[in-house]
Design a protein. Structure first.
Length: 617
């Protein structure tokens, strides 16, 4: 109870480590505070009474991180998923007290999708994805066209009928996509935030799929409200495929140009390269949420199935700590890694055990109404949807950069031996992945953890335990997954060449980012990187400054301070009159109302300097 009281006190007193754990949760609102309060209680109870003691101790000490303890295992919730939107729209579904029939127009279809997203997001704790939405909605746009043709035949000259039908249908699609964007951004789920939702699109080549793709991108470019601010959700993932939209001769090349414009102005869409994705995963699909990927899987009919599959959770290993504890002894490193992997095993196997206690009635939208594709009866076991490796459960990792720095120094990226060491870490973890997958019949995936708050937590715990270690704990953060050291200035091409090998091993979750200056007037530069990436990486995000000040009109990158983001031109940092958008995990966020990660790191740096000046380091 003392630990619970301490946690509640930290929440009431707005401890940044509690209220800033998620950049897209506004901790000022009652709904979010209610969720955070429930989360503190759930987490405390889970640690004290539910988790195996050695797993709980390892989490608290920072050897591992048991993700989303504020939700699971207090409730046997699943993590992220690819919603079977096509099946739900086609076959209808129950939601609340309503039985919903298949829609007769694209407007009704998008309205139903919003309700599905809200309900799914409230029934799990991770992100959800509507994949190939352009192709799914095309058939409903065709219903609009059919209706307009019947009406137009009565009032429009025959030679003008096709033009009339096209214009009316295009307007319906535009209105539907704009409504979808606005409605998603005005939703609040049961956990006090806008749903973490991703839309995958880009491969449809029929008339209505093309219209839908353009409408999605033009809606995002236009922005929200009278200030035309950047929409944070849904995350947009645009698929690129040779023969479809890659080069000038492809039928959808014009839409690729629109995607480039959108990315330079709104940072989304991220891109998903078709051929490389199939090479890594076995078939093509968008990520679940921000970066979690499913392996290829065939159903009873031998057909590839992706929509309606899910992830069951993540436990992340603190790799830098293992390297620090070895004091530079590589043989000891591998022994200790194996030892810590046993903790990961016990933590993940407990997640599976807890999920065996879930029932279809716990989450009807998932288990009974078709979001997970198969529709269970209330007496069915939910594990039937997870077994045969249909679901994934994730072995996370963080800090390959710091681990290699212990043995090879801080500039090891150009050292082939050092890079091989980091890849060998993943290969060793993958050995365990294969063993556990066979043992439990759930697919254990190797996952490059997003680590929005974990980059700080692991480093903070290790700094308290081991002191300030140059280029490791003294930075105030650990490097996310396999990424190139963010402090170094390298070209996008160099960064992609360095990182391209890691997703083959960590195929359960990955994303690459490249940093750019303002590119709104130079989309060809971005296209050069996208084209270069096609045969190199599967999943690529664009990070470019798109901050805006409504006081002076500045557009570009704001300065980072401990108090927040500040316009470099007029000094404005009022969250009501600025639009600041930054990448947090695989999603975007509006962090202007809370201290920035960069600001916290500057504060840590200042404290470290003060300690050194006093001779206490």
């Amino acid at each position: 109870m003392l630990e619970l009281e301490k946690s509640l006190s930290n929440l009431i007193n707005k401890d940044p480590t509690v209220i800033n754990e998620n950049a897209n949760k506004d901790s000022e609102t009652y709904t979010t505070m209610r969720d955070l309060t429930a989360g503190v209680v759930s987490k405390s109870y889970a640690i004290e009474h539910l988790l195996p003691k050695h797993v709980a101790d390892a989490h608290l000490s920072g050897d591992i991180h048991f993700h989303d303890l504020d939700y699971h295992p207090f409730q046997p919730l699943t993590n992220c998923c690819l919603i079977d939107i096509e099946g739900m729209l086609k076959n209808g579904f129950d939601i609340g007290n309503a039985q919903v029939d298949s829609p007769k127009s694209i407007q009704t279809a998008t309205a139903q999708i919003v309700q599905i997203i809200a309900n799914v997001s409230s029934s799990q704790y991770g992100g959800c994805t509507v994949d190939r939405i352009d192709e799914v909605l095309s058939q409903y746009a065709a219903k609009n066209a059919e209706k307009h043709r019947k009406i137009g035949a009565q009032f429009v000259y025959k030679e003008q009928l096709d033009t009339y039908v096209r214009m009316q249908t295009e307007k319906d699609i535009k209105d539907a996509m704009q409504s979808l964007e606005y409605e998603i951004n005005t939703l609040y789920t049961s956990n006090g935030q806008t749903p973490f939702v991703t839309l995958g699109f880009g491969l449809g080549t029929d008339t209505y799929s093309r219209m839908i793709q353009k409408a999605i991108l033009n809606t995002r470019i236009q922005g929200l409200g009278h200030h035309h601010v950047t929409a944070i959700f849904p995350k947009l993932v645009f698929s690129i495929k040779k023969g479809t939209n890659f080069s000038h001769s492809d039928p959808n090349y014009d839409i690729k140009q629109l995607a480039l414009e959108c990315s330079t102005k709104r940072m989304y869409p991220d891109i998903l390269n078709y051929d490389k994705t199939v090479e890594i995963l076995g078939d093509f699909k968008a990520p679940m949420g921000c970066r979690s990927f499913l392996p290829a899987w065939r159903n009873e009919n031998g057909e590839y199935e992706n929509s309606g599959r899910m992830n069951l959770g993540v436990v992340t290993l603190n790799i830098p700590r293992i390297a620090i504890e070895t004091e530079g002894n590589l043989a000891t490193f591998w022994l200790l890694l194996d030892e810590r992997m046993s903790l990961i095993h016990d933590a993940l196997s407990y997640r599976i055990k807890r999920l065996q206690e879930a029932t279809p009635n716990n989450a009807p939208i998932l288990y009974k109404s078709g979001a997970f594709h198969k529709r269970l009866n209330e007496q069915d076991e939910v594990m039937s949807l997870f077994k045969r490796q249909r679901a994934t459960i994730s072995i996370g990792y963080i800090g390959l950069y710091e681990a290699a720095t212990v043995f090879y120094g801080p500039n090891w990226e150009t050292n082939p031996e050092a890079k091989t060491f980091t890849l060998d870490i993943l290969r060793r973890m993958k050995d365990f992945q294969y063993q556990w997958t066979k043992q439990y019949d759930v697919f254990f995936s190797l996952y490059s953890t997003p680590s929005e708050s974990l980059t700080d937590r692991f480093c903070r715990l290790d700094r308290e335990r081991f002191g300030l270690i140059p280029n490791i704990t003294d930075k105030g953060y650990y490097q996310n997954s396999f990424h190139y050291d963010v402090r170094k200035v390298v070209s996008p091409f160099e960064k992609l060449d360095f990182e391209k090998d890691y997703p083959y091993l960590a195929s359960g979750g990955y994303i690459h980012y490249c940093e750019y200056p303002k590119l709104t007037h130079n989309t060809k530069a971005l296209e050069a990187v996208w084209d270069y990436a096609y045969d190199k990486v599967s999943y690529l995000g664009t990070n470019t400054p798109i901050d805006k000040c409504y006081e002076c009109g500045f557009e570009g990158e704001f300065d980072t301070t401990v108090k927040g983001y500040t316009c470099p031109q007029c000094g404005n940092h009022n969250p009501e009159t600025v639009d600041v958008v930054k990448r947090t995990c695989g999603y975007l966020g509006n962090p202007v109302q809370r201290p920035t990660i960069e600001g916290r790191q500057k504060e840590i740096t200042a404290r470290v300097k003060h300690m050194k000046d006093k001779g206490s380091c």
